[in-house]
Design a protein around this ligand. Structure first.
Ligand code: 5AD
Ligand code: SF4
Length: 451
């Protein structure tokens, strides 16, 4: 019997979808050793933090949260002498040497390349005590080979690549996730088949840059091959994230016209609308190239919705540079924009670039962009009023348990009151038609139709 049998654990996940996927694997692996997941640290004998270091705020929050659990007693009846605290993910990878000193009550530090070793690290911490620290520079396996406990049984992440070779000058990811590696096409399609057989309705293919998939594999299969192969499994909804604009191919764009289950939304991070800033960021495309891609996609399907990531206040960003970003956002008409204020990350090339724009100026730019984004999202959402859309139901709305919440094919949140006699448990994880009556900036609402 495993030492973890009947031990309780809680899991805190920060950052990107790759971390969420890793956490599902961690939960699956611990449960396969008999451990039991609980929702609060008070009930947990083992606390695991899967961390993110992409911006400074994430670092600061983590340190505070880990420090604050030090004095919370173990749950009653525990046989352990202390709660086992584990830090993994990107901060674990980056700060393996420093963490035990900074947070002495941390027992296990692991990284992004060795989550499959977490059980033995926890066991060693229980038996031997002391700090169990292990991070690896690279791994030969994929965490996806581990058992998984999906947060939503009907929706799955499916990594096609891990790591990144792009070295955008602001970004820490290539240093904490390592070089890009692709899974074989057969592996990916086989996993997708298994997921569909398991009742999964929605698969999101994951990678830091899915468009460069396959360059490291024999025969150089392309991302378009992955999309076709996974679409053929018959999964209801197929999505992918993230795409780098420099690598988005015509072949992939055309699949929006031919694969019925490829959902009509595309997340295409632009980061800036200024060519000078794009160059300093090492993005390797121009604003014109980016706008050309949007146009090509719209030619294939005019109804597609776009989302993007933007960094405001990159070192040296002038008012004109910012205006170029603002204009680009206005031209594209995004449904959703993730806006970030530049955060200096030690060890990246941008960290040593001259950066003298006052914070108030950056904040003003950021606020005006956020206003524009909201106007755009509202305008984009108007086009759904009067249409009936298929909604994959995720559960009741947080504010009202008589209202269902889910996502449309365009990846927009939809709310609708539950019809008389319908319980949320009857429809969760299924696709229901909703006639849209009203559009807000952040969601659509309407009436669920019965067949
Ligand atoms: N500062 C601010 N935003 C960043 N991102 C990545 N690194 C930084 C940084 N140092 C943003 C990018 C990326 C998203 C996931 O996070 O926009 O696309
Ligand atoms: Fe970071 Fe650029 Fe790689 Fe994305 S593509 S993870 S922004 S280095």
């Amino acid at each position: 019997m495993s030492m973890l049998s009947q031990k309780t654990f809680c899991l805190y996940t920060y950052g990107c979808q790759m971390n969420e996927h890793d956490s599902e694997r961690i939960a699956g692996m611990l449960e396969s050793h008999g451990a039991v997941q609980v929702s609060s640290v008070e009930q947990a004998e083992i606390a695991i933090f899967v961390t993110c270091c992409i911006r400074e705020a994430a670092d600061v929050r983590l340190m505070g949260q880990v420090a604050s659990i030090k004095n919370i007693p173990l749950p009653q009846g525990s046989e352990l002498s202390k709660r086992i605290v584990c830090i993994g993910g990107c901060i674990g990878q980056r700060d393996a040497e420093k963490l035990p000193e900074a947070l002495p009550h941390v027992d296990v530090v692991f990284g992004t390349q060795n989550i499959e070793h977490l059980v033995s690290l926890i066991e060693a911490a229980i038996i031997q005590g002391g700090h169990q620290v292990e991070v690896l520079d690279s791994s030969t396996s994929f965490s996806t080979e581990l058992p998984s406990k999906r947060v939503h049984p009907w929706s799955a992440w499916l990594p096609v690549t891990v790591g990144c070779n792009n070295f955008c000058t602001y970004c820490i990811v290539p240093y904490v996730r390592g070089r890009e590696r692709s899974r074989t096409l057969e592996d990916v399609v086989e996993e997708a088949r298994g997921l569909v057989a398991d009742g999964v309705k929605e698969i999101t293919l994951l990678g830091q840059n899915v468009n460069s998939y396959g360059r490291d594999l024999y025969g150089e299969p392309r991302f378009a091959d992955v999309l076709r192969g996974v679409a053929e499994t018959g999964v209801e909804r197929l999505r992918f994230a993230t795409s780098h604009p420099k690598d988005l191919t015509r072949e992939v764009i055309e699949l929006y016209g031919s694969l019925g289950n490829l959902m009509p939304s595309l997340h295409l991070p632009v980061q800036s609308g200024s060519d000078a800033i794009l160059k300093a960021m090492n993005r390797r495309y121009t604003a014109e190239h980016y706008l050309g891609l949007i146009e090509e996609v719209r030619k294939v399907n005019p109804d597609i919705s776009f989302s993007t990531d933007i960094i405001v206040g990159f070192p040296g960003e002038t008012e004109e540079d910012f205006q170029a970003t603002y204009d680009l956002v206005e031209r594209v008409g995004y449904s959703q924009v993730f806006t970030f204020i530049y955060s200096r990350r030690e060890g990246t090339p941008a960290a040593s670039m001259q950066d003298d724009t006052p914070h108030e100026v950056i904040q003003r730019r950021f606020d005006s962009l956020v206003d524009l984004v909201q106007e755009n999202a509202f305008a984009q959402n108007q086009r759904f009023v009067g249409r009936t859309v298929d909604v994959l139901v995720e559960g009741a709305s947080k504010r009202d348990e008589r209202v269902l919440a889910g996502h449309s094919p365009h990846n927009i949140t939809v709310h609708a009151p539950l019809p008389e006699g319908v319980r949320i448990d009857d429809i969760v994880g299924t696709v229901v038609p909703v006639r849209i009556d009203e559009a807000k900036a952040w969601y659509l609402s309407g009436a669920m139709l019965r067949d």
